[in-house]
Design a protein around this ligand. Sequence first.
Ligand SMILES: [Fe+2]
Length: 231
Amino acid sequence: MLKRRDFLKVAGAGGAAVLAAGPFSRTTGTPTSPKEAPNMAYTAKDYGKLIGMAGFSETLLKNHFTLYQGYVTNTNKVLDALAQMAADGKTATPEYAELKRRLGWEWNGMRLHEHYFENLGGKAPLAAGGKLAKKVAESFGSVEAWEKDFRATGAMRGIGWVVLYEDTASGRLINFWVNEHDAGHPAGGRPLLVMDVFEHAFMIDYGLKRADYIEAFFKNIDWAAVESRLK
Ligand SMILES: [Fe+2]
C-alpha cells in the first residue's frame, strides 16, 4: 500500500490534482479507500426454475430476470460510489445527496424482486386453518376479504408493488401499495406476499389486462414460502 509521500512521488507533477480527488482522509492523510472494506457486494440469484410456470411466458420471465439483475448491479454501484465519496470527504455535495436518495430505489428494486420471485412457483393453495390463514382472517375478517383487497390494490393505476405486510409491533397484517420501489413501505414491517405491478411484469403476456395477470399470479403463489416469512 502506498504511503502518502510515495503516492506524491508516483503522481509526479500532477500529484496535487490527483491527491485532491484521491482516496486519502483529509484529517489523517491515511488511505481510506473503501476497497479495504470486506467485500459485501450483492449477487443476483437464479430464478430459472420459474420458467415453465403456467401463465408466465419464458420471454416475460427472462426479461424480468434481466431487469432484476440490473437492480443488483446498480445497488452495488451506488453503495460503492457512496463509500468512495465518504472516503473522499465529499458527503456535503448534491451528488452524494442524490445518490443517497437513489439507494432506496435501487436496493428495494433488488429486494422486492427477490421476494416476488421467491413467493412464486407454488402449486398448493393456502392451507385453510394454517397459521397464515388464521392471521389473515384475524386482520381482514376472512381470507376472501383479504384477497379482494389485495387484488383491488393491485388494480390501482400506477406502477409499483402490492405487499401484504406484517406489522411486527402489533402482529396485524395490512396490504400496502408501494409506489415505484421505495415509497410507502411501513417502518418495521415484514413483507409476506409481494406482487410486482410494474407494466414489465405483465404487458408482454397480458397487454393492459392487469386483472388477468393478477389471476395468473394468484394461481402460482408459493404459500409455504409466504407463511415461512411470518414473524
Ligand atoms: Fe419487476
